[in-house]
Write a protein that binds this ligand. Structure first.
Ligand code: UDX
Ligand code: UDX
Length: 459
């Protein structure tokens, strides 16, 4: 089937950029992104593209180029579903916060709602594409819902997991290492392969069965996160020996079997995917009674939690075992640079721990608003909203945020942090002035020559 109209349910970090690139590369296909959240859709439609709900380098330009031509944002979900030949499901699948599998399993209620919605309103045949990361065999559930509607409409289900990383989403979409399509129907697979074929060479488009495709996504994220936990585990060992984790990472990374990417020791990984997907993998393994497998992957999360805690513990003990009443400036709140996304950011957990020790926190992040930092903290439910507000303040200017601080904690690897006037920052801080570089982005010698007490991860 040649596709002329696509609908994507979920205008989030995955749906938005993915559909923008599909629209750009397929000017003959009408792409409509729908969402239940009116505010989000209004932001996507804002004439001023700097107000888009998601910050991604290169995204605003593509939206500006395609919006109103073949890319549309709307809350008219039923209409968009019915007029499309292909529907992507890109809604969120958070970790369950209730009932069976609480804290581990993916909550599929939004995916199921989408499937039911599609089943209800479709009057013509559809190809339904799972874009959201889903537990293995979810396609079976979607299929069952779609096929039991009593209508004569035919549904084909494909799994097409997204591998983009935030901050580089547009580049990842434009030059993917591979595109993965899992499905039963060859013609449905080829319809989707043709859409990607507009800009991705066919040898990079992998065709698998649905289950392999679903499991590959979880496995890819688990392997990536495992590398970070592995190097972070070594970072702690480095701190107790004379080894330097950057040197170790470089030395092992030059072994082509290991490879050099994803070996940056850090304060711990964040983001919406790694933790959620591993918990999901662990849950699935346990549900099949595979406890050794489950324990193995769970350790990646345990180590990550340990790394975050270790960072704040170290900060507190270095500041003479008390941060009570002390101003700690946090540079960065996003879970990585070049994004305004803060989901599962290590900064949230470190801030919460420091606040429990009665620190005063000043936050500066170039892309994250105070509304978001407060909401992230309130979500943890450790203390009242009023208390959080009185203990933690956001600043628009890094020099203001760091003024009179006892210590600076670098939480996100934003490039701009490297080019600050660190002498000026030092002169305005309480002495001794400490820097805890959770991302290893500053130069130790340069910082020490200014006068800072500088510490980083794994050195
Ligand atoms: C989400 C999942 O987190 C990830 O696992 C999956 O791979 C892709 O989808 P993301 O795009 O980052 O990732 O999520 P989010 O930014 O929260 O966007 C989801 C959107 O779906 C939200 O805008 C939400 O309003 C919308 N939504 C949710 C619907 O339109 N309908 C629903 O029923 C539920
Ligand atoms: C990840 C996967 O990379 C992507 O393929 C998938 O589709 C979604 O999940 P994302 O979470 O957006 O993407 O960002 P990623 O670059 O993978 O970083 C995740 C976290 O790991 C960040 O907090 C980052 O700072 C951290 N990280 C990454 C490290 O601590 N060290 C590294 O070497 C790399």
């Amino acid at each position: 089937m040649t596709i002329t109209k696509i609908c994507c349910i979920g205008a989030g970090y995955v749906g938005g950029p993915t559909m923008a690139v599909i629209a750009k590369k397929n000017p003959n296909i009408k792409v409509t992104i729908v969402d239940i959240n009116q505010e989000r859709i209004d932001a996507w439609n804002d004439a001023d593209v700097s107000k888009l709900p998601i910050y991604e380098p290169g995204l605003a330009e593509i939206v500006e180029e395609t919006r109103g031509k073949n890319l549309f944002f709307s809350t008219e979900i039923d209409k968009a579903i019915d007029e499309s030949e292909m529907i992507f499901i890109s809604v969120n699948t958070p970790t369950k916060t209730y009932g069976k599998g609480k804290g581990m399993a993916a909550d599929l209620k939004y995916v199921e709602l989408c499937a039911r919605n599609i089943a209800e309103v479709a009057t013509t045949d559809k190809i339904v594409v799972e874009k959201s990361t889903l537990p293995v065999r979810t396609a079976q559930a979607i299929k069952s819902i779609l096929h039991n509607t009593g209508s004569n409409v035919n549904f084909e289900i494909l799994s097409n997991p997204e591998f983009l990383a935030e901050g580089t989403a547009i580049q990842d979409l434009l030059n993917p290492d591979r595109v993965l399509i899992g499905g039963e129907s060859e013609s449905a697979i080829e319809s989707l392969a043709n859409i990607y074929g507009s800009w991705v060479s066919q040898d990079r488009i992998l065709r698998t069965n649905v289950w392999s495709s679903e499991l590959s996504k979880l496995t890819a994220n688990a392997f990536l996160a495992q590398r970070i936990s592995s190097i972070n585990a070594i970072s702690e060992l480095c701190e107790h020996t004379e080894a330097d984790v950057s040197e170790v990472a470089r030395a092992i990374g030059m072994d082509s079997r290991i490879g050099s990417k994803f070996l940056n020791a850090s304060i711990g990984f964040g983001g919406s995917c790694f933790q959620k997907d591993i918990l999901n993998l662990v849950y699935i393994a346990r549900s099949y009674g595979l406890n050794a497998v489950a324990d193995y992957w769970e350790q990646v999360i345990i180590l990550n939690d340990h790394q975050k805690r270790r960072f704040s513990d170290n900060l507190i003990s270095t500041l003479y075992n008390t941060v009570s009443g002390k101003k700690i400036a946090m540079l960065g709140w996003a879970f990585k640079k070049d994004t305004n996304d803060t989901r599962e950011s290590a900064a949230i957990y470190v801030a919460d721990h420091l606040l429990s020790e009665q620190a005063q926190i000043a936050v500066y992040d170039p892309k994250v608003s105070e509304k978001k930092t407060q909401a992230d903290l309130n979500y943890l439910n450790t203390r009242s909203e009023e208390e959080n507000k009185s203990l933690m303040t956001s600043f628009e200017d890094p020099y203001e945020a760091t003024k009179d601080a006892h210590a600076i904690a670098i939480m996100t690897e934003w490039d701009e942090f490297k080019s600050y006037d660190w002498k000026k920052i030092y002169s305005q801080m309480k002495k001794p002035a400490f820097i805890f570089d959770g991302r290893n982005i500053l130069n130790k010698d340069a910082m020490e020559s200014i006068g800072f007490e500088y510490s980083s991860i794994g050195k």
